[in-house]
Design a protein around this ligand. Structure first.
Ligand code: PEP
Ligand code: MN
Length: 350
């Protein structure tokens, strides 16, 4: 690991770096007479980079390739490797899965109708929020436990696994009893108590955790949110790019496909894209979804609703059932061109 240090450090200030290296079991060699470039030789723990970053004497870490963090490390025996399975879905290793459903669970008949439709069209997981992270406290907050029960029923009916958001660390057990994949929403990405709690649950039960990028979060911040989950002893984290806030309001958010392509090389964790929340408009979900697959995404998360005019949340970005069928077909064709494939639920398994 290569550190750039402040100019003109006093001996006791330099000592803080040497002492930290000692605690880590690393050796230090200064590369210049002014002692501003320190080369450290490990082996390092996953915490090494953060510990040095925290030191006042350290200006920046110039190279940390020999001090990998958990998102760059596959922990033996902790489930998952670079492929994560959940029910019939598989993310990574050339396999793409499509996750679809309404924004929120609102009523039984509507949920079951959408679940049947997305299952027939090629989704492997059903998504729907029972707990909704709304910007306004006055907006519909989700059905809570009643919503979880409906998701359970939809799974029994269709065989689709369930992806649903957990908002509160106190609900992790309750949501975990129904979820095949936890969703951590964009507004919760920085909630370290929640990330820790789902990480603990995932380490014990194997439930994957899909972490959405925060509304104005950097790629590094997304990886460090994943790091909180991984730090509890699981490997089963899926990253999700869902657009970040920009100066332009022609789309709801700005889909950062550069981040998707970058993440595919920066971590072994699968990366999925949510074109629905990025676009905020149903007409842009298909082109953004295809672009995401071309950029290397291991799956898509899309909102589908046959009656967007009646929903409490995100109606404008919901695909119609027929538009969803079209999206799956085109994604399958594109995946094939890219040497990958879309996972389908085997007919006999339903
Ligand atoms: C959602 O998935 O419905 C949602 C609220 O997404 P995000 O957290 O990305 O805004
Ligand atoms: Mn939504």
């Amino acid at each position: 690991m290569l550190l750039r240090l402040r100019q003109g450090l006093a001996p006791h200030e330099l000592r803080t770096v040497i002492d930290e290296a000692g605690r880590q079991g690393a050796t230090v060699r200064f590369l210049d007479d002014a002692r501003t470039l320190a080369e450290l030789e490990g082996p390092f723990q996953a915490s090494a980079r953060a510990r040095f970053e925290d030191l006042w004497a350290v200006v920046s870490i110039l190279d940390a390739k020999d001090a990998p963090e958990l998102h760059q490390t596959v922990r033996p025996g902790a489930g998952g490797v670079d492929t994560i399975e959940a029910g019939h879905a598989r993310f990574g290793g050339g396999d793409l899965s499509i996750v679809a459903g309404p924004c929120a669970v609102e009523d039984r008949d509507a949920l079951l109708e959408i679940a049947r439709h997305v299952a027939d069209a090629g989704a492997t997981l059903l998504r729907g929020g029972a707990y909704k992270p709304r910007t306004s406290p006055h907006a519909f907050q989700g059905l809570g436990e009643a919503g979880l029960a409906l998701l359970d029923e939809a799974r029994a009916l269709t065989g689709l696994g369930i992806v649903t958001e957990v908002l509160d660390p106190r609900d992790v057990e309750k949501v975990g009893a129904v979820a095949d994949v936890f969703q951590i929403g964009a507004r919760s990405m920085a909630n370290s108590a929640l990330l820790t709690e789902v990480g603990r649950y995932s380490a014990e039960h194997g439930t994957p955790v899909l972490v959405k990028r925060g509304i104005a979060a950097s790629v590094r911040e997304l990886l460090l949110a994943a790091e909180y989950v991984l730090n509890e002893g699981t490997n089963r984290v899926i990253l999700c790019e869902r657009g970040i806030r920009s100066f332009d309001n022609v789309t709801r958010n700005l889909l950062d496909l550069g981040a998707v392509a970058h993440l595919k090389g920066a971590t072994h964790l699968p990366v999925v894209v949510d074109p629905s929340h990025a676009a905020g408009r149903a007409d842009l979900v298909l082109p953004l979804g295809l672009a995401a697959v071309a950029a290397g995404a291991d799956g898509l998360l899309v909102e589908v609703n046959p009656r967007p005019e009646t929903t409490h949340s995100d109606g404008a970005q919901a695909l119609s059932p027929s538009a969803f069928v079209d999206l799956v077909r085109r994604v399958e064709a594109l995946a094939q061109v890219c040497g990958r494939r879309v996972v389908r639920v085997a007919r006999e398994a339903v």
